[in-house]
Design a protein around this ligand. Structure first.
Ligand SMILES: [Zn+2]
Length: 271
């Protein structure tokens, strides 16, 4: 009887040991598997997180926003510059060559006040600019030379008219790239050319909120014109109150381009 009790006890002990060991092994495998899943995605997820953290922490915990003004300079440039100055904001101006010739003092003022200068071509006519790889390149090099004459600055920052998609197909991109140009699109379209008054500010704010939720840095497309200048104070008030720092695009900032998926390729093979 005693032997039977002892045997039962031992059998139970061994059985429990197996169960416990099995449980821990299983748990270990699970955590190993979990680790490898995390590692598998680590590059994408963590890289994105790091980038975001870096951006968020880069300026005393402030979030970065890039303000960009196209089609200038113009008679509104001074107004824009004064508003930017008031908020200690920096911006990037993608300028047209004939406008630079018309308002050279405005170009100099943009540079003197520490903003970035970029090129937007000469004609702003899609049929002429995108006529060939050569025409696109010529417009940018012409604008580059005029800017250099006025400011002694040689910039490689460019934004093509109407943005890079759909007209700037792969062969065009390659040519511009080979000549050292850095192409910038945007991820916030203010529609300031069509929306009157404060409406463009509201649409910008809505788009910024979405981007911040997605962990992306807003790059706002605006235009160097009076209506935009008139409402800029409101936009900069919002950005300042919401902890944004308005920075200029540097030559070494990684360019943001529209994601054209296979659209650019398809267009280029058809051409
Ligand atoms: Zn434009």
């Amino acid at each position: 009887m005693r032997m039977l009790k002892l045997f039962t006890f031992l059998a139970c002990f061994i059985a429990i040991s197996f169960v416990i060991q099995g449980y821990f092994n299983h748990d270990h495998e699970k955590s190993k598997a979990k680790n490898s899943i995390v590692k598998g995605h680590q590059t994408d997820l963590e890289f994105k997180k790091l980038e975001t953290d870096e951006e968020l922490n880069s300026s005393n915990g402030k979030k970065t926003v890039y303000l960009t003004f196209d089609d200038g300079p113009s008679s509104a440039t001074t107004h824009i510059l004064d508003t930017l100055h008031e908020f200690n904001a920096k911006a990037t101006f993608f300028m047209l060559e004939p406008s630079m010739k018309k308002f050279p003092e405005a170009v100099l003022k943009i540079v003197e006040e520490g903003h970035a200068v970029g090129l937007h071509g000469v004609t702003h006519n899609k049929d002429l600019f995108y006529k060939s790889e050569k025409s696109a390149l010529n417009e940018m090099t012409t604008a580059q030379a005029t800017l250099e004459q006025i400011t002694r600055i040689k910039t490689n920052l460019i934004r093509t008219p109407y943005g890079s998609v759909p007209y700037l197909t792969e062969s065009y991109r390659k040519v511009l790239d080979r000549h050292g140009f850095k192409l910038w699109d945007w991820n916030v379209d203010s529609s300031d050319w069509s929306l009157s008054g404060e409406k463009y500010v509201n649409t910008v704010i809505r788009q910024i909120e979405k981007l911040i939720d997605a962990g992306e840095t807003p790059i706002i497309l605006m235009h160097d014109k009076e209506n935009t200048a008139n409402q800029l104070h409101n936009l900069l008030t919002y950005l300042t109150e919401h902890g944004f720092q308005m920075k200029k695009i540097e030559e070494n900032t990684k360019p943001y381009n529209f994601n054209c998926y296979d659209r650019c390729r398809r267009l280029s093979t058809r051409d």
